[in-house]
Write a protein that binds this ligand. Sequence first.
Ligand SMILES: N[C@@H](CCC(=O)N[C@@H](CS)C(=O)NCC(=O)O)C(=O)O
Length: 248
Amino acid sequence: MMTGPSIPSAAADLVQDSDNIHNLLYFPFHGISGCIHATLVLSGEPYKLSTVDFPVMLGFRPNWRTQKALTPFGHVPVLREETKCGQTIELAEVMVIEQFLANRAGLLGKNSWEESLIKMYQSSTHALMSYLIHTVVQSPKDTQPAFLERYRKVNIPEWIRFHEKHLRDNGSNGHYVGDQLSIADIKTATVIDHLVRLCGDKVQISDELTPAIMAVKYSLEKHPKYAEWRASDQYQAFTGANIAFFGF
Ligand SMILES: N[C@@H](CCC(=O)N[C@@H](CS)C(=O)NCC(=O)O)C(=O)O
């Protein structure tokens, strides 16, 4: 039985179970789910992907129209927790899903202050990507070039400047907080390829220009489970679809 955001009282107990299957509903590209995906892979917990029909510019195919009405806010990603007792409970909103999974996987630091710092860095990167989706991607075609220009000239450089500084202040060790992997690291590591492609010929992110940001990416890529995911056919297919659909 599917339940919406108003969950039964037993839901808090149901999500504790490590045998739950995390079922991620999203389009068949990375989009804004790269961090969720990577966190699922790293967690080692059982998960599966349910892809909804590929969107068509200026409208969506019938399959997504039907499914849209069944999601909490008419958007994906949605994470459905399939529990052993047969009950499915669900969460929407990218950051909430990321933090739910991060909490389970110990990716929110060692204390409540570290947790808040980690969420601050994660939120900053999420804001950069949200802005991209809601301006460059979703605005009318004729306004997109101007948004893209502004994004390249203002939003990306500003994000780079501040994040490079924070990471340097933490010792350029591939982590935002302390010396352990967090959801903030995963968030950044999983958007770098998109940002590099968005910058095009005007390189803004590289080993020379942004060594501390690149260290976050390299640090995550050393993780065997993540490396395996990046090398998989599905990851490559999602990358190809991302480039074909969005151009980055
Ligand atoms: N506020 C939502 C936004 C999610 C969002 O914009 N999702 C897009 C895909 S990247 C979507 O569902 N598009 C289809 C639609 O809106 O019909 C979140 O944080 O999850």
